[in-house]
Design a protein around this ligand. Structure first.
Ligand code: ZN
Length: 146
């Protein structure tokens, strides 16, 4: 048999401050019902709330997560907008007179400046065998290289 609870005993209750089920000391009882408790963690005294009462709160969260899954990622109006801005920010630190003329036979170092006859000044982002990724004023482009 479980011992009957009385004032001063420890019981589990939902703490209004901790927002969690915590051990509480019973402060006041009306007959066999706990009415006021003190949280053993934060020491706040509040009306007794059953540890079982709070489960409902979790439901809307799960529902919105499911909803988000089905929604396709919204792309920006201009997908290259970020790249254009990146180019503008980086190009000011470069010295255009040091730009290397682009050629398909070239091999490029990352972050070096290249001048392309059509696209203008580009910053080398990635060099891999046979291709080079460059950032131009109107976005990233993959070009042939050595
Ligand atoms: Zn508490």
């Amino acid at each position: 048999m479980v011992k009957k609870l009385s004032t001063g005993d420890i019981t589990e209750a939902r703490c209004t401050r901790c927002q969690e089920v915590m051990n509480h000391t019973i402060v006041a009882m009306v007959e066999e019902k706990i009415v006021r408790v003190q949280c053993n963690t934060c020491n706040s005294v509040h009306n007794y709330r059953s540890p079982l009462a709070a489960k409902k709160a979790a439901a809307p969260k799960a529902a919105s997560a499911t909803k988000a899954k089905g929604v396709p990622r919204v792309s920006r109006k201009d997908p290259a907008a970020g790249e254009k801005q990146e180019w503008a920010e980086q190009i000011v630190k470069m010295q255009p007179e040091l730009a290397i003329a682009y050629s398909m036979e070239g091999k490029y170092k990352v972050n070096s400046l290249v001048k392309h006859t059509t696209f203008g000044l580009g910053i080398v982002k990635r060099q891999s065998p046979g291709k080079v990724e460059m950032l131009f004023a109107d976005g990233k482009k993959m070009l042939k290289s050595q």
